[in-house]
Design a protein around this ligand. Structure first.
Ligand code: NAD
Length: 366
């Protein structure tokens, strides 16, 4: 039994979290759930970071956090809970698998199966901004050697663990010779330690164009924070929909799992939202805590459900889909298919074993 912290979030959050938890329970996940409140209500009570001290205690104690999307109120003064969580818990790696479900979900890229691994703490997200003069502002781009090494090594270890063949790095080191230059340099050094995995580097602008046009050419892609933020949304969207993708935020002691989309307030309370993104996050969580059998069972049931054309409104398409369902009915369909494997989409099998561990960082000599 693993104790986890759960936040149901705002907007469509509670509906997709309830659906996800129902599926986890029906599949036999051994989880004890401790619920916390984060997001809009907490912000509006006057807490500018959207999370209370008790909620932090729960996350730090349990070390595993399954989080539904939250609404950041409009206006100044509210800090992004996501950025705060990633930095406070040292969640250095953001992992976003983006794969197509063709021909059951519309995409121009039926062969796409890319994992974006984004550095999650540094770069322009360090939150260091200055007013230089009345008319000039500045944002500091912070890149450290330990930060680069952790994320690049994570990408190669991930590739090795999940039988991926190639790791690609995107930077703009032709212009930012020191910051992106360091990221690229560390990529060269670390890649030499993984001769079994192919490696390549692209300048981010042409790399992004290639990723949007021919995603089949990529496997695992590692990049600094800002490029990864933008390109993981692009990759998820062109794979089918941002509503289908999950995200894992991995640290040395804690990890947070979520959907990549937001709280879609306009769809809230209508039993319409697709719970798949959060479910994908939860499946990564089960793999992370070693409940691989349950993860595998749920993923195969989910693939079977999608393959049978049981679709929520966002992926429903006349002629391809068979039945338009709401959030609850979709979750029930996944539960009904537990134990089944897809016929046309590739069934998944997950490696058993400990979660991915990185060797400790050693300062470079000389
Ligand atoms: P959004 O991702 O919430 O929604 C954009 C549109 O995508 C929606 O109107 C809806 O049509 C569709 N959509 C998204 N998820 C869906 C799902 N599961 N099923 C069906 N359709 C879905 O983006 P937004 O409208 O820009 O942001 C709304 C709020 O979410 C904002 O307050 C924003 O700050 C917040 N947000 C939170 C997170 C997070 O908590 N991780 C991430 C992004 C945005």
């Amino acid at each position: 039994m693993t104790k986890i912290t759960v936040a149901k979030g705002d907007g469509i959050g509670p509906e997709i979290m309830d659906a996800t938890l129902e599926i986890l329970k029906a599949a036999g996940a051994e989880l004890e759930i401790e619920e916390i409140e984060v997001g809009e209500k907490v912000y509006l009570q006057g807490n500018s970071s959207g999370i209370s001290t008790e909620a932090w205690d729960s996350i730090r104690r349990n070390k595993i956090f399954l989080k539904a999307p939250i609404t950041t109120p409009q206006g100044g003064g509210y800090k992004s809970l996501n950025v705060t969580t990633r930095k406070s818990l040292g969640l250095y790696a953001n992992v976003r698998p983006c794969f197509s479900l063709s021909p059951f979900v519309d995409t121009k890229h039926p062969g796409m199966n890319v994992v974006i691994i984004r550095e999650n703490e540094e770069d322009l997200y360090a939150g260091i901004e200055h007013q230089q003069t009345d008319e000039v502002v500045q944002c500091l781009k912070l890149i450290s050697r330990p930060g680069c090494e952790k994320i690049v090594r994570y990408a190669f270890e991930f590739a090795r663990k999940y039988n991926r063949k190639k790791v690609t790095c995107f930077t703009k080191d032709n212009i930012m010779k020191q910051t992106d230059g360091l990221f690229h340099q560390v990529f060269k050094e670390v890649s030499a330690e993984y001769p079994d995995i192919e490696n390549e580097h692209w300048i981010v602008d042409i790399g992004a164009a290639k990723l949007a046009d021919t995603p089949e050419a990529f496997d695992v892609v590692v990049m600094p924070n800002l490029y990864g933020d933008i390109l993981s949304d692009v990759a998820a969207q062109i794979a089918g929909s941002v509503g289908l993708a999950g995200s894992a935020n991995i640290g040395e002691s804690c990890a947070m799992f979520e959907a990549i989309h937001g709280s879609a307030p306009r769809r809230a309370g209508q039993n319409m939202a697709n719970p798949s993104g959060l479910l994908q996050g939860a499946i990564m969580m089960l793999n992370h805590i070693g409940q691989t059998d349950v993860a595998e069972k749920i993923q195969n049931a989910w693939l079977t459900t999608v393959e049978k054309g049981i679709h929520t409104y966002d992926i429903y398409k006349e002629g391809v889909s068979k039945k338009k369902v709401g959030t609850r009915e979709f979750a029930q369909a996944v539960i009904d298919h537990l134990g089944q494997t897809p016929e046309i989409l590739e069934k998944v099998t997950y490696e058993k074993g400990a979660p991915l561990q990185l060797p400790a960082y050693k300062r470079k000599q000389g």
